[in-house]
Design a protein around this ligand. Sequence first.
Ligand SMILES: NC(=O)c1ccc[n+]([C@@H]2O[C@H](COP(=O)([O-])OP(=O)(O)OC[C@H]3O[C@@H](n4cnc5c(N)ncnc54)[C@H](OP(=O)(O)O)[C@@H]3O)[C@@H](O)[C@H]2O)c1
Length: 370
Amino acid sequence: MGGKAQISLGWIEWIKGWLLVLYDILFQRILACHLKNPLQLPPLNGLTCIVTGATSGIGLEMAKHLAEGGAHVVMACRKTRAANDLIQKWQKECSGMAGLLDIEVMELDLLSLESVGKFASAWNARQGPLHVLINNAGIFSIGAPQTFSKDGFEEHMQVNHLAPALLTLLLLPSLIRGSPSRVVNVNSNMHHLGFVDSNDLNVTSGKRKYSSVIGYSGSKLAQIMFSSVLQKKLPSEAGLNVMCVSPGVVMTNVARDLPRIIQTGYHLIPYFLFSAQEGARSTLFAATDPDIPEYCSVLRADDWPVCPYFSGDCRPTNASAEAHNVDSAMKVWDKTLELIGLPSNAVERLMEGEVVPCKYCHQNMTEVDY
Ligand SMILES: NC(=O)c1ccc[n+]([C@@H]2O[C@H](COP(=O)([O-])OP(=O)(O)OC[C@H]3O[C@@H](n4cnc5c(N)ncnc54)[C@H](OP(=O)(O)O)[C@@H]3O)[C@@H](O)[C@H]2O)c1
């Protein structure tokens, strides 16, 4: 295809992406009217769930709801004091009810790959099973200039994709020990606006002009591509399903970087926006619904190139056309593993019982037994 045709195709996808976001804002409440709020969960006793970014917004609601449902919940947060204050408050609220919540805090700062390695070492030292990992923490620094983490990566790419990718891979042994288990990535329909150049994940080459929308949407698309390859690499006997979900358009702190005038507009349309509790439903559904493993195994059997993707109304939906680009997804996989300091065949080696070297870990990745 010629350059001009490609550019106009890019514009068409971009416009389609924005129309989809607008459609979400206008119709999500109608499309989700079959859902209860809060979502009713199956009994979760005996399950261990890690939720990243559980101090505000969607993550806070999910952590509380999962703990109330009987799960052992780990709030993986950078503001550990705020998380502990929340736990105290929730324990007081439920003291008259069935008993104390089984919930704890562990420190995790996704802006530091070393912190991810530390978190994983501390978790893996327990040698326990993990049943659900929810990669929820994310940033959208709307309108802000381009910034880089101390690891040298564009911050949206690091917090929304690279660090959760490292976390997921380092927790694989624990997830497989807990199988049937799930990884749920809180993604966004804004990935439809995204494009990922695996040779320019930092958007510094000058080929594209950086904006926060480009940074955010690219990081969310990279997460879907990475999740799809991971899902393909995991043998079905491992019993681990990897999914992405859109929470809908949700009233949370995610809009804190909007200029004040737009923020006012954002808060003036509460009818259209989901509350954080409503926005938590699709992730909770993917994390706990008993029919999910069967749905995932059908997709595997079909050799569908994209991992399962759920919309804010908990229905399976289609990720963007670019997310189906297998060639780009493989390139994103290889580049991601290179940047997070793991060999590109880390999953295969781990599954074969080998010890895998890891740049950001305190020990090497240990073998899995499944
Ligand atoms: N709200 C929406 O309309 C919407 C739509 C689509 C997708 N999403 C996605 O939903 C997820 C949750 O966002 P939200 O809307 O609930 O926003 P939020 O209220 O801003 O919550 C984001 C959470 O991520 C944590 N976080 C940010 N940077 C972190 C870091 N470096 N290390 C560890 N934790 C970090 C925050 O912790 P701190 O308190 O420490 O900052 C906070 O707990 C994100 O992945 C977002 O992209 C949201």
